[in-house]
Ligand binder design. Structure first.
Ligand code: HEM
Length: 446
């Protein structure tokens, strides 16, 4: 029986069973579920909210923040982060102002230096993982624990400015916060409490980093770090541009960046490799392009990068993002899908579905690295799309590229190569071969 028939067979009077079935399908085979919804019920009202699955409707929801707000999770995000943050608010006060500040602090000019930094950190992590595996008589290593998580966190230390905070701490705290806010639909109290405690710990760690930076600056102890935090601490906004960015608000920005970044980068660097490995032709071509020296620019990425973004279209970190409809709205007006949504409705913008909308995306199930970025929502879309998109565009392709430059490091074939989520919403273990000798030929920005 297909999903919709099974769903409709459950009486409306049993909403919990309907939601359980929906979640099972979402987890078991999200792409098949979304394909069925796009074809049969593109605007799908359930007791857990309305799922919007077609590209134009997802774009409408994510681009109309005065109707569809982040109120669906904003209050929880602020409770967990212990302060205001752009992804938790809409409108002039916090979102417009802090996002504008974020765009200045995470500029396109960072693309090249962040790419070089990623190359350096990725190479040394791969060297370490291979050497350790060989020293311990292993032929494999754990890509997530020994590569993508520590590299992402090291970038957070050196680029974002979490100086002196251990990588493991950054990774664990960000995972607990992410889980509590974005992957806890039933609001499990233990997961929530763990997120709140992690958010407080993160806030206090950042307060310590800021205090040390301020003390060093007033003692005139050498040049100030040129990382994102250093930039934020040196920036004084002109009067009349909104609220002052005092140290507490800088703290919320930096902590929020870690939450917007760490788990995403860790997972995407693994799932992009997985999707490429599942397509031998695409993998071979990506390997060839990886060895070319050109790493592109923020405005014109290298041909290689298209392989990574296309791979992630098949497995995005954020498959669907919830919004709260705050006033009555007619969605998809004038189409067959036209639906009036009442104020108070939670609407799920299913980006993972929109990216496969056959009415908009040509041959959506084909792997095409040269697709227009307009149809790629891996970094979100609309009012709250990724404010860290420039560093993200350097970090993710380069993390994958450094691996592809070592033919000996590849996922295991078959079920052995499956990712292990270890009971969490995020992949925790991914076994890869450790065949390649440390320090291969350096290419491009490496
Ligand atoms: C590395 C891979 C990254 C991925 C896959 C990613 C993905 C995303 C996605 C999908 C959204 C939209 C969320 C939504 O609409 O609910 C988003 C927003 C956001 N991202 Fe990223 N991101 C990445 C890197 C970064 C980096 C490096 C930073 C900052 C240093 C960052 C900071 C943010 C922030 C602050 C927002 C919210 C923007 C707003 O509310 O206006 N992200 N990101």
């Amino acid at each position: 029986m297909d999903f919709l028939a099974a769903y409709d067979a459950i009486p409306e009077s049993e909403p919990a069973r309907r939601v359980a079935l929906l979640r099972r399908h979402m987890k078991g085979d999200g792409p098949a579920l979304f394909a069925e919804l796009r074809a049969g019920r593109p605007v799908f009202a359930t007791p857990a909210g309305v799922f919007v699955t077609r590209m134009p409707d997802v774009v409408e929801v994510l681009s109309t923040p005065d109707v569809f707000t982040v109120g669906a999770y904003g209050p929880v995000l602020e409770e967990v982060l212990h302060g205001p943050f752009m992804l938790a608010r809409d409108g002039a006060d916090v979102h417009w102002h802090d996002r504008g500040h974020g765009q200045l602090m995470l500029p396109a000019e960072d693309f090249d230096p962040v790419r070089r930094l990623t190359a350096r950190l990725a190479d040394s992590a791969l060297d370490r993982a291979v050497t350790t595996a060989r020293g311990e008589g292993r032929t494999t290593f754990d890509y997530i624990q020994e590569y993508s998580a520590p590299v992402a966190a090291r970038i957070a230390v050196e680029y974002l400015g979490f100086s002196g905070v251990p990588e493991r701490t950054l990774h664990d705290l960000s995972r607990r916060v992410q889980w509590a806010v974005f992957a806890n639909p039933g609001r499990d109290p233990e997961v929530h409490a763990s997120g709140v405690a992690a958010g407080k710990e993160l806030h206090d760690l950042v307060a310590g980093v800021i205090a040390r930076r301020r003390a060093a600056a007033s003692a005139d102890a050498g040049p100030e770090p040129a990382d994102v935090l250093g930039r934020m601490l040196r920036t004084v906004l002109p009067p009349g541009t909104g609220r002052e960015m005092d140290d507490e608000r800088v703290n919320h920005q930096l902590a929020g960046y870690l939450i917007g970044y760490q788990q995403n980068a860790t997972q995407c660097a693994a799932t992009a490799l997985k999707e490429l490995a599942a397509r031998p032709e695409a993998l071979a071509e990506a390997e060839r392009l990886a060895a070319e020296p050109d790493t592109g620019s923020a405005s014109e990425p290298a041909a290689f990068d298209g392989y990574v973004w296309e791979a992630l279209r098949f497995h995005p970190f954020v498959p669907s993002t919830p919004r709260l409809c705050v006033r009555s709205h007619v969605l998809a007006a004038g189409t067959e899908r036209e639906t009036r949504l009442a104020a108070g409705t939670v609407v799920h913008a299913a980006m993972a579905s929109a990216m496969f909308d056959e009415a908009v995306v040509e041959d959506p199930y084909a792997f095409r690295p040269d697709r227009t970025p307009v149809h790629n929502m891996v970094l979100g879309h609309g009012a709250h799309d990724c404010v860290g998109k420039y560093p993200a565009r350097a970090i993710l392709p380069e993390m994958v590229r450094r691996v592809l430059l070592r033919p000996g490091i590849r996922p295991l074939p078959g079920p052995e190569g499956a990712m292990d989520y270890a009971g969490t919403p995020y992949p925790q273990h991914y076994t890869v071969t450790a065949g390649s000798a440390p320090s291969p030929r350096r290419a491009g920005n490496g």
